[in-house]
Design a protein around this ligand. Structure first.
Ligand SMILES: [Zn+2]
Length: 91
């Protein structure tokens, strides 16, 4: 029970940061400790690995859609909110 609660909390923590981890946005960089924690968690959690893969696929699709100019940041933010809702069970 305690272990599953820790896993749940770590999944939630990771889900809140995975986009920043994948983007490596210089304006919102994660600390080296946060990056290490995410990478360690992704190495052992299939659910969060799937979420990361979905984020990568979405980013790739949006980049292609906008002709390689990069995604519209507002549309990307809306989609990010939608994905956050999915990962947090609100949808
Ligand atoms: Zn997880």
């Amino acid at each position: 029970m305690k272990q599953s609660l820790i896993q749940l909390i770590t999944c939630h923590w990771t889900a809140r940061r995975v986009q920043r981890y994948l983007d490596a946005d210089p304006s919102a960089l994660l600390t080296p400790a946060e990056v290490a924690r995410i990478e360690a968690h992704l190495a052992m959690c299939a659910k969060c690995t799937q979420v990361a893969a979905e984020h990568r696929a979405l980013h790739g699709a949006l980049s292609t859609w906008w002709g390689g100019r990069g995604a519209d940041p507002h549309a990307e933010a809306r989609l990010q909110g939608y994905l956050d809702g999915l990962t947090q069970g609100r949808r």
